[in-house]
Design a protein around this ligand. Structure first.
Ligand SMILES: [Zn+2]
Length: 440
C-alpha cells in the first residue's frame, strides 16, 4: 500500500478464517469468514466485483486501491467499518443459504462500505463536523445499488424507509454540518446518514443525473488523497453545473429541519374558469421557509402535462390552465422531496394516481388510501409489478371488507404458489392460513 490515506482507516485483522477469492480487473477481492460460513461466503459477498464495476463506472473514477478484502468479526461495536482496502463487518453479515433465499439482508451494507472506498477513504471527511461527505454518500450508494441491480421501485422503497428513519429520529434541530457536538459519536446519526442520503437524492433530481455524477467525479478527482468538506462539494457542483448552489447548501447542509407541507387543490374557482389551483403552505413552526424546486404533473382526461415549479414562500399559489377538471394534480411528481405533507385529495384523485402515476410512492400512497377508506381498488395492489407492494397490499387488505372475497383469496393463492419473491410468498401463505378458511 503506497497510497496515502487517513490514520483512522488503518486495520489489521487476525483470526482463523477461511478465505474466498474473487477478482475485479485483476485486483484481488477476498472474503474472510469463519470456516463454517465458507460455503456461503460468495452468497453473502459475491456481488462485490459487480458493485466495484458499477460504482467505478458511475463515478468515472476507477476503484482506487490495490485490492479489496472483507472480513467478518464478532462482538464488533458497530455495523461495519470501511478501513482502506479492508472492510470489517459485524456478525450480522453471516447468513446461510436458507436465509439468503429471502434475499441478502446485508447487501446494502456491503455496497455502503464499498462506496466509502471513494467517499471516506479516497477523499476523507476533514472533520467529524463534515461527516456528511463520508456517510451521506455511503448511505446514498445503497439507493444507487438497489436502483441498478433490483430496480427503481426497490430503491424508492429503501429511500422511503430511510426518510422515515430520519423523520422519527427527532433530529429537527440538527444541521447536517455541525460544529458543536458533545462526542464525535453523536455525528453518526440519522442526520449524517438518512437525511444526508435523501438530500443527495434531491440534489441529483435538481441538477440531473449527468451533472450529478460529473460533479461527484469533480469532487473526487479534485480532492483525492486529501480531506474534503461540504464546501468543497458545493464548489464541485458549481464548477460542473455553472450554477450558484449556495441556496441549497445553506438550506440543507448548514441548516436544520425539513418542510411540513399542507397542499390544497381546487377547481371551479369563482371568476377563474378553466383554471385549477394548487395552494402549498409551509406549516413548520421553525420560522424557516424552504426553497423547493419540484415537478408537478397535471392529469386531464388521461393526459399528463408537466410543470417544473419552485415553492419558496410560506404560502404559494399556483394556477394551471386546464380543459376540464383535472383527475389528479401530482405534487412532487418524481417523489424526491424530504418533507411531510398533507393533501386534500379525494377518492377519484387516488384512483387516477394509481392508474397514471407510476412511481413506487405514488402507488403506495394510493394503496394506503384505498385500505384506509376500505375501497375495493385495494385489491389491485395484489397484481402490482413490485413484490414490496404486493406484500404491502397483503398486509393491508386483511383489515378491509374484501379480505375473504373469492377473487382476493384466489389472487393471494396464486402469489402463495408462484410469486418470484419468497418474502411475498410467505406473507401470502400466512394470510391464507389466517383468512382463507379450512382449506388452508
Ligand atoms: Zn458508513
Amino acid at each position: 500500500m503506497d497510497l496515502p490515506h487517513a490514520p483512522y482507516l488503518f486495520f489489521m485483522g487476525v483470526g482463523d478464517y477461511s478465505i474466498t477469492k474473487d477478482s475485479y480487473k485483476g485486483k484481488e477481492v477476498s472474503y474472510y469468514v469463519e470456516k463454517k460460513y465458507a460455503p456461503y461466503a460468495r452468497g453473502i459477498f459475491g456481488n462485490t466485483p459487480e458493485m466495484m464495476k458499477f460504482f467505478s463506472e458511475k463515478l468515472g473514477v476507477e476503484y482506487p486501491w490495490a485490492k479489496y478484502a472483507q472480513i467478518v468479526g464478532r462482538d464488533y461495536v458497530s455495523g461495519a467499518m470501511e478501513n482502506t482496502t479492508a472492510t470489517l463487518h459485524q456478525e450480522s453479515a453471516y447468513q446461510t443459504s436458507r436465509q439468503l433465499l429471502d434475499g441478502n439482508g446485508w447487501e446494502e451494507t456491503i455496497a455502503h462500505e464499498l462506496f466509502h472506498q471513494w467517499f471516506g477513504d479516497l477523499v476523507t471527511a476533514e472533520s467529524w463536523s463534515n461527516l456528511t461527505v463520508n456517510e451521506s454518500f455511503a448511505n446514498y450508494s445503497e439507493y444507487l445499488w438497489d436502483e441498478y441491480k433490483y430496480g427503481k421501485d426497490m430503491a424508492d422503497e429503501h429511500n422511503m424507509e430511510d426518510m422515515q428513519g430520519y423523520l422519527m429520529s427527532g433530529s429537527d434541530k440538527k444541521d447536517l454540518v455541525r460544529f458543536h457536538y458533545a462526542d464525535k459519536e453523536d455525528m453518526f446519526d440519522a442526520v449524517s446518514y438518512n437525511k444526508g442520503g435523501r438530500i443527495l437524492h434531491m440534489l441529483r433530481n435538481i441538477v440531473g443525473d449527468e451533472a450529478f455524477f460529473a460533479s461527484l467525479n469533480n469532487y473526487l478527482t479534485t480532492n483525492k488523497f486529501k480531506a474534503g468538506e461540504a464546501g468543497q462539494l458545493r464548489l464541485a457542483f458549481e464548477e460542473t453545473t455553472g450554477k450558484d448552489m449556495n441556496w441549497f447548501w445553506n438550506q440543507w447542509y448548514y441548516g436544520s429541519g425539513h418542510p411540513k407541507l399542507s397542499i390544497n387543490y381546487n377547481y371551479n374557482i369563482p371568476g377563474l374558469p378553466g383554471v385549477a389551483e394548487m395552494i402549498v403552505k409551509q406549516t413548520q413552526t421553525t420560522g424557516k421557509v424552504f426553497t423547493l424546486p419540484v415537478a408537478v404533473d397535471v392529469y386531464v382526461a388521461g393526459n399528463r402535462t408537466r410543470y417544473n415549479i419552485t415553492v419558496d414562500d410560506k404560502v404559494d399559489t399556483f394556477y394551471f390552465n386546464v380543459a376540464s377538471k383535472p383527475e389528479l394534480i401530482n405534487f412532487d411528481a418524481d417523489k424526491i422531496l424530504l418533507a411531510e405533507k398533507t393533501e386534500n385529495k379525494v377518492d377519484e384523485n387516488y384512483i387516477a394516481q394509481w392508474k397514471y402515476a407510476r412511481n413506487y410512492i405514488d402507488r403506495r400512497e394510493a394503496l394506503d388510501y384505498f385500505a384506509k377508506k376500505s375501497m375495493p381498488e385495494i385489491a389491485k395492489g395484489l397484481k402490482d409489478k413490485y413484490a414490496g407492494l404486493r406484500q404491502f397490499t397483503i398486509q393491508r387488505i386483511g383489515n378491509t371488507p374484501y379480505k375473504t372475497d373469492a377473487v382476493v383469496i384466489a389472487d393471494i393463492e396464486s402469489i402463495a404458489r408462484a410469486d418470484k419473491d419468497n418474502k411475498t410468498k410467505a406473507a401470502a401463505i400466512n394470510y391464507l392460513v389466517k383468512n382463507g378458511g379450512d382449506k388452508y
